[in-house]
Design a protein. Sequence first.
Length: 228
Amino acid sequence: MQNTGMLGEDGIHVDMNHLKKGEVNLGTSIMAINFRDGVILGADSRTTTGAYIANRVTDKLTQVSDTIWCCRSGSAADTQAVADIVQYYLGMYATTNDQPPTTQTAAAIFQDICYGNKDQLSAGIIIAGYDKRNGGQVYSIPLGGSLHKQSYAIAGSGSTYIYGFCDDNWEEDMSEADGIEFVKGALREAIKWDGSSGGVIRMVVLTAKGAQRHLYLPDNGYSGPGRT
């Protein structure tokens, strides 16, 4: 019997040589929103290698400065490398200028790297942060390296399933509690419908007080923003 896809010659066992050639992807659901006092980032935790789940509890929320974080989708290796480089440059910026970088500065560095290497990278990144000059800000960099400032941003394979949900439930100037419920509900829907998304829901809330992390199981009850 000939090899079919990733099956071995017996049609049952996995061809591990083929599997090793597959790229590890954060086939994923990521998002970030502005709320009244700052920003909230959220992501699922599934990482895939082809059709196989390589990690069920990946942390796709990466800190690049004291109050600036990013959500990563695409190639796990590419996005982690980009985040590491940006973290280095932001550290140099803070040391040289004797002040913390703004979210806009971080987004500009991310874009410079992603656009300059767009033919070699598979990286979709959302940057969100809080700084005293601008408050909470959200920026999105899709494949290709363009930069977009948004009230909220969604990306990854699961995002295609939740555009309607987000459009229907989004409200400007939400409270922190409502913002968390909005992100939780959107990611629950993405995990429900997208086979490449799964695991747990991780969140980071960024305000003037700093960063606070949250972890939710996707089957927890959801009441929706402002509802009971």
